[in-house]
Write a protein that binds this ligand. Structure first.
Ligand SMILES: Cc1cc2nc3c(=O)[nH]c(=O)nc-3n(C[C@H](O)[C@H](O)[C@H](O)COP(=O)(O)OP(=O)(O)OC[C@H]3O[C@@H](n4cnc5c(N)ncnc54)[C@H](O)[C@@H]3O)c2cc1C
Length: 368
């Protein structure tokens, strides 16, 4: 099936409706004929019709009403955009081919397929999952968290605050929590969690599939017992679909797309890439993915208006600003040249995990 272009506006196709793709589609929807292509893989069926704000997910599991604010149907913030729920499987210089057999022609393409998530098709199904996770936490006495990166640490912190009577165990493969920040910040997070009674096991790993009856053997031969577990581990990058396309030579050894300073894919005049899929040497964070979206939207507006390539903005990678919330009031923040641990710097983040701010960026009310 051919999806014809209109004559009045240039067509921009955005592949991936996560943090970066949603923002650029929102920003461009009145300036171009925008089409958003967004699915997710569920046992080989590809579909997903909403945005999920990832940095609020730990809070959604301890307070299910919070999840209502995290899950936003694409149609809610993109009233002027066509949304195609099917995986992109191929691209040429002028069209995207989807698994459902659509051929979507474009003037400009934006690739924002950061990660694959295994989540349900509809917002209401996803809300039910949050309810189930909440039920799991509520009925457990001891909860095991696998993974001591930002999502594991924030989740452990939220359980401590919402359910202080629960025993939380956190197993992390690395030698310290939050290895992507400095030792000082990770030490502060460890101290805070242990002061709340969390048992942190470092340099060890758990294969949750090998657990039986609440007994979890670790790779170093220990036994951890728990009533339930949650996996807080990294998500795979979604770039394998590009391996047989015209961009196959633009993928680096980590499967990331090589981009120029203006965020165009190297050697391709009408294809941009944004978010975690890019090979920009910086921490892969939503904060940066949103910045890529803003710079690229600006460049596309310029190209569509004047075609002046030489005037395109360049993306400047900024030093990392990392704020990890510790419960609803505390946080540890690593800013350039400074590590801060207190209620103050992250209080805005810890309070609502910046979900209100993210909703506002998409033209929505901060609260549901
Ligand atoms: C639990 C958690 C907490 C986090 N906390 C923070 C935080 O506090 N601060 C921060 O800055 N960052 C945080 N991050 C990181 C942040 O969420 C990511 O950096 C950000 O989501 C990257 O955005 P993206 O748009 O590149 O990719 P994603 O948000 O992963 O979006 C990719 C989209 O592409 C779709 N897709 C994949 N393959 C295809 C395909 N072939 N065709 C079509 N669509 C496809 C997916 O379904 C998805 O919708 C957190 C991440 C997690 C998981």
């Amino acid at each position: 099936m051919e999806i014809e272009k209109g004559k009045e506006k240039k067509r921009v196709v955005v592949i991936g409706g996560g943090v970066a793709g949603s923002l650029i589609a929102y920003d461009l929807q009145l300036h171009a004929d925008v089409i958003l292509v967004d699915p997710v893989e569920i046992t080989e069926i590809y579909r997903k019709e909403y945005l999920e704000i990832p940095w609020g997910s730990s809070r959604g599991m301890v307070e299910p009403s919070f999840a209502e604010r995290l899950l936003i149907n694409h149609s809610e913030y993109l009233p002027n955009t066509r949304i195609i729920i099917s995986i992109a499987i191929n691209i040429t210089e002028t069209e995207v081919v989807t698994a459902a057999g659509q051929h979507i022609s474009f003037d400009y393409l934006v690739i924002a397929t950061g990660h694959k998530d295994n989540i349900p098709k509809t917002r209401s199904e996803r809300l039910q999952q949050y309810q189930q996770d909440f039920g799991k936490i509520k009925s457990a006495k001891t909860i095991l968290i696998v993974g001591g990166g930002p999502s594991g640490v924030e989740f452990a912190g939220d359980i401590c605050v919402y359910f202080p009577e629960k025993k939380v165990k956190l197993v992390h493969r690395g030698s310290r929590l939050l290895e992507f920040v400095g030792r000082r910040a990770s030490g502060k997070a460890l101290n805070w969690l242990t002061s709340k009674g969390v048992e942190v096991i470092l340099n060890d790993a758990i294969d949750a599939d090998s657990a039986k009856d609440g007994i979890y053997p670790t790779s170093r031969g220990k036994i951890v017992t728990a009533d339930c577990h949650f996996l807080c581990i990294g998500r795979p990058t979604s770039s394998s679909w590009l391996e047989e396309t015209i961009l196959k030579d633009n993928l680096d050894s980590h499967g990331r797309l090589e981009v120029e300073k203006n965020l165009r894919v190297k050697g391709h005049k009408n294809i941009f890439a944004i978010g975690d899929i890019t090979n920009i040497p910086e921490i892969k964070q939503g904060y940066f993915a949103q910045k890529h979206a803003i710079v690229t939207a600006k460049n596309l507006k310029l190209l569509m208006k004047s075609g002046k390539e030489s005037k395109m903005s360049r993306y400047k990678s900024a030093p990392a600003r990392v704020i990890i919330s510790l419960g609803t009031r505390g946080s540890v923040a690593e800013l350039p040249l400074l590590t801060i641990f207190s209620c103050f710097p992250g209080s805005r983040k810890s309070k609502d995990l910046l979900v209100g701010k993210t909703r506002k960026q998409l033209g929505l009310k901060p609260d549901h």
